[in-house]
Design a protein around this ligand. Structure first.
Ligand SMILES: [Zn+2]
Length: 267
């Protein structure tokens, strides 16, 4: 985490420009979806009835009474359900902590990401570590508060955070452009490991979760199988994700696999 190296101004500009696109995608989703439509009365936006737990940005999951099936719930604002076809596509070995479960505030006007992405950035939060769901959730809420209230961002910056407990805390999820790596936010996803990894490496539990989340992203078509893995410091002036973690990542199979630095989203 580093407040200066993400693109607050760019984010606002892009997000306002993306509004017509978001509306289009919303309309398309409801027009194309075989799922039964639903609407959230307080916001009046169209949505889709999907299997419960399958809203991939689930603070927008609303009362199941909006849908007919007992095991269904309403995803609205045109969010693509993450498992409307059934099954979680190679992600079942990950324990995700939904936004509602960690106590997220609602994001503000997020932009949809074009997937699959070809670049994945690893960050650390440069904070104390956490080792259980309660303490990790509290820490994630703190990051969200900081990103929204101090940095003025739309939501917590990262797509996902990985706790010392091995769980994955859902940030902006696969389908929303984050605020994490200046110049690359709209082309890449970011996983942030909770802790400070300058002088020590993350636990094997955390690292295994990173591997599983990469595999999960590929299986869901969110990350291209030819992706390249990078550290935040590869493109911005920062020591993130810490010397020890950065050096360890150099041994991973997709490290800088695209041969060059990732594609910038700056025109
Ligand atoms: Zn970083």
């Amino acid at each position: 985490m580093q407040k200066l190296n993400t693109d607050k101004g760019l984010t606002f500009t892009r997000e306002s420009m993306m509004l017509p696109l978001l509306i289009f995608v919303t309309l398309s989703a409801s027009a194309l979806g075989a799922d039964v439509g639903c609407s959230h009365t307080s916001k009046g936006q169209p949505g889709q009835c999907v299997k419960k737990g399958c809203c991939n940005y689930d603070f927008q999951e609303t009362s199941s009474s909006l849908c007919n099936g007992a095991g269904e719930t309403c995803c609205y604002r045109g969010e693509k359900p993450s498992c409307s076809g059934g099954g979680s596509g190679g992600c079942s070995d990950i324990e995700f902590v939904s936004r509602s479960s960690w106590g997220a505030r609602a994001g503000r006007g997020l932009s949809l990401m074009h997937t699959p992405v070809y670049d994945v950035f690893i960050h650390h939060t440069e904070s104390a570590e956490c080792h259980d769901k309660a303490s990790c959730s509290a820490r994630v809420r703190g990051f969200q508060d900081y990103h929204m209230d101090n940095n003025g961002w739309s939501d917590i910056g990262y797509n996902f955070l990985i706790g010392g407990d091995g769980r994955v805390y859902i940030g902006r999820d696969w389908d929303h452009i984050g605020a994490h790596t200046y110049g690359y936010n709209s082309k890449a996803v970011a996983f942030s490991l909770i802790g400070s990894f300058m002088n020590k490496t993350p636990s094997s539990t955390m690292l295994n979760t990173v591997h599983k989340l990469l595999a999960c992203g590929i299986s869901k078509g969110k990350i291209a199988s030819s992706y390249g893995l990078y550290g935040h410091r590869d493109v911005n002036s920062t020591d993130c994700p810490g010397d020890a973690l950065y050096n360890l990542l150099k041994g991973w199979s997709r490290w800088h696999a695209r041969g060059t630095l990732p594609r910038t989203s700056k025109k």
